[in-house]
Design a protein around this ligand. Structure first.
Ligand SMILES: Cc1ncc(COP(=O)(O)O)c(C=O)c1O
Length: 388
């Protein structure tokens, strides 16, 4: 069996890479260690590069469509990983999960409708609602001690006749919860009772820490739009290829009407090649990668406990994004950002980007070689020099 080497660092500078090449735009400086946007500083496996190179050698890059293996490999992956039986015809294209959220808002709600999100949550969820003149309705997650839960009473109190959609993050970025079947069934029940369309962003679903498991909304209801992508699992965000699974024919036809109306349903050639190779050949690479990333998570947890007890790493069921509770530090969100960026030279996402109840937290991406992470933790250790 091949042993993959995730310790190998990759120089991503000067590759038009958002994480490394746009730090001056996002952080106002170029000399910081970027641990923010959710892609990995880890090379993709050779078999994906080879598949893309092979196709690139054919000298015509004309209009293309998704081949049989593209669908078959994804269907097989979803069955093997999550026990989900997906039919080929349920699988629709989107150039990304975020575009799919936006298309869903346009398709399944009307201007001025209420669309619910559950902050703290991935920032584009806010824009997917407010950019289309829908009413942003915030059903804040409840935090007790270190446990985030959904606040169903608050949700029911905010629902009215104008509420047409809820966008679920499953598992939830940034707080790292893998929602339980019981929680999701309650949510589905509330949405069905009130005729609310449930869109489920499941982009992080391959990265779940045992004993937790991924409970796809697809296993609980047919009436959902469930969004998947190889972009997190295989580091293919630049390939702009996502799979939107819609079992219900009526919902699917409506989604496809929007997609086809934008004339983007054919996708892109190299995205489909990379996706097909990833799901077809990627199981062993993915398993070793996830072991490596979980060891990174454990390393950060232990390091903070031993050396930076002012920062509490929130328990993480899922994803390579850690949610750091910095509320014990005597600095508000803006000051915290300044210290991280200017003093520690670390580029993390400020918790306030994820909603008001994210204030006092920082989000850290640990999908990098261990050496990079060690450097980041040494920098973070100096926090005490700048803050009480
Ligand atoms: C929850 C969630 N959804 C969607 C995305 C991005 O999806 P895409 O690049 O496919 O639009 C991310 C990336 O960080 C994410 O965390």
């Amino acid at each position: 069996m091949i042993k993959y080497d995730f310790d190998k660092t990759v120089d991503r500078k000067n590759t038009n890479c958002v994480k490394h090449d746009l730090t001056s735009l996002f952080f106002g400086c170029t000399d910081l260690l970027p641990m923010w946007i959710a892609d990995m500083d880890i090379a993709i496996p050779d078999f994906i590069c080879e598949a893309v190179k092979n196709r690139a050698e054919h000298p015509v890059y004309g209009y293309s469509f998704f081949g049989e293996s593209y669908y078959a490999n994804f269907i097989h992956w979803m069955y093997k990983r999550h026990g989900l039986k997906i039919e080929k015809e349920w699988i629709c294209f989107s150039p990304g999960v975020v575009p799919a959220l936006n298309m869903s808002v346009l398709t399944f709600s009307k201007p001025n409708d209420k669309v619910v999100i559950q902050p703290p949550v991935y920032p584009p969820f806010f824009n997917a609602v407010s950019d289309h003149d829908r009413q942003l309705t915030q059903n804040h997650l409840r935090l007790e001690g270190t446990a985030y839960t959904m606040d169903f009473d608050d949700l029911e109190s905010q629902i009215d006749a104008n509420t047409s959609m809820l966008i679920l993050c499953n598992p939830h970025n940034p707080i790292g919860r893998a929602w339980t079947e019981k929680e999701l069934l309650t949510l589905v029940g509330i949405c069905e009772k009130n005729n609310i369309c449930l869109v489920s962003d499941e982009i992080h679903s391959d990265f779940i820490r045992p004993p937790h498991k991924h409970n796809s909304l697809l296993s609980l209801t047919d009436k959902t739009i469930a969004c998947f992508s190889p972009s997190k699992t295989f580091n293919l965000a630049g390939m702009s290829t996502s799979m939107i699974v819609i079992p219900d024919q009526t919902l699917r036809e409506k989604y496809l009407h929007t997609l086809n109306g934008l004339h983007i349903a054919f996708g892109n050639l190299f995205g489909s090649i990379a996706t097909e190779a990833a799901y077809g050949q990627g199981e062993e690479w993915y398993k070793q990668l996830w072991d490596y990333l979980q060891a990174n998570i454990d390393y950060v947890v232990q390091f903070c406990k031993a050396n930076i007890p002012q920062i509490k790493v929130m328990p993480s069921d899922a994803s390579y994004l850690l949610w750091l509770d910095c509320r014990g530090l005597s600095a508000n969100g803006e000051k915290l950002q300044e210290i991280f960026t200017e003093n520690l030279k670390l580029g993390l996402n400020n918790g306030s980007e994820f909603g008001k109840n994210g204030e006092g937290f920082m989000r850290m991406n640990v999908a990098c070689p261990r050496k990079t992470l060690e450097e980041a933790m040494q920098r973070l250790r100096c926090l005490a020099n700048f803050i009480a």
